[in-house]
Design a protein around this ligand. Structure first.
Ligand SMILES: C[S@@+](CC[C@H](N)C(=O)[O-])C[C@H]1O[C@@H](n2cnc3c(N)ncnc32)[C@H](O)[C@@H]1O
Length: 186
């Protein structure tokens, strides 16, 4: 049980560095074989949008997000793990990607301006979040009134994801797919 919890990161927020490095290696193989970034095409991202990858990890979704928002848009890659931010910084600098900025989350504060995001997506993260109310409050702060939050369940049942969103009192569930909820700010 403890090993399962460590591997999935459930309720953990910050993973130990070694676990983050192991995850990054596994995700590199995942990304090369399965191209999970194709799911971003289903999120309705438009050229010129400001998008936030909330809990970006090693950055498997960043290139696709940058491509979809185009040169007139911006992608913010945010994570509470220093290794995640370093990894995305390395990726964008190696590839010369100009429309991605990183930010290190500290104590549930993303450091981003209020009301800037057209879309926030948080993929394979929510099950890890120790304080979902503060997490959802911070995303509510940075999203536009017309914005949307794509929230994947990660390693938790849909009923628990829904419960946490409803308990926050800040979001309406506007839609759902087998993989994620689409939420709008209340
Ligand atoms: C399993 S990884 C997923 C990374 C990426 N979204 C992906 O799917 O490739 C989860 C990431 O969420 C981050 N994370 C955990 N708790 C978080 C929180 N409260 N706020 C932001 N990021 C968090 C972790 O540091 C980790 O990088």
């Amino acid at each position: 049980m403890a090993v399962k919890k460590l591997l999935s990161g459930t309720g953990m927020d910050r993973m130990p560095d070694m676990a983050f490095r192991a995850m990054s290696l596994i995700f590199r193989i995942r990304d090369a074989l399965l191209h999970p970034d194709r799911k971003l095409e289903k999120f309705g991202i438009k050229p010129g949008d400001t998008v936030v990858d909330y809990g970006c990890g090693p950055g498997g979704y960043i290139r696709k997000a940058a491509e979809l928002v185009g040169p007139g848009g911006m992608v913010y890659a945010v994570d509470l793990h220093e290794l995640a931010v370093e990894s995305v910084d390395r990726l964008v600098s190696a590839r010369g990607i100009a429309n991605v900025k990183t930010s290190l989350i500290r104590d549930y504060s993303s450091g981003l301006e209020s009301g800037i995001a057209d879309l926030v997506y948080s993929l394979d993260v929510f099950h890890m979040v120790a304080d979902p109310a503060r997490f959802l409050q911070e995303i509510r702060r940075i999203i536009k009134k017309s914005g949307r939050l794509i929230l994947e369940d990660g390693h938790q049942p849909r009923a628990l994801t829904r419960q946490k969103v409803q308990d926050s009192g800040l979001w309406d569930i506007a839609g759902e797919t087998p993989g994620w909820l689409v939420c709008g700010p209340r």
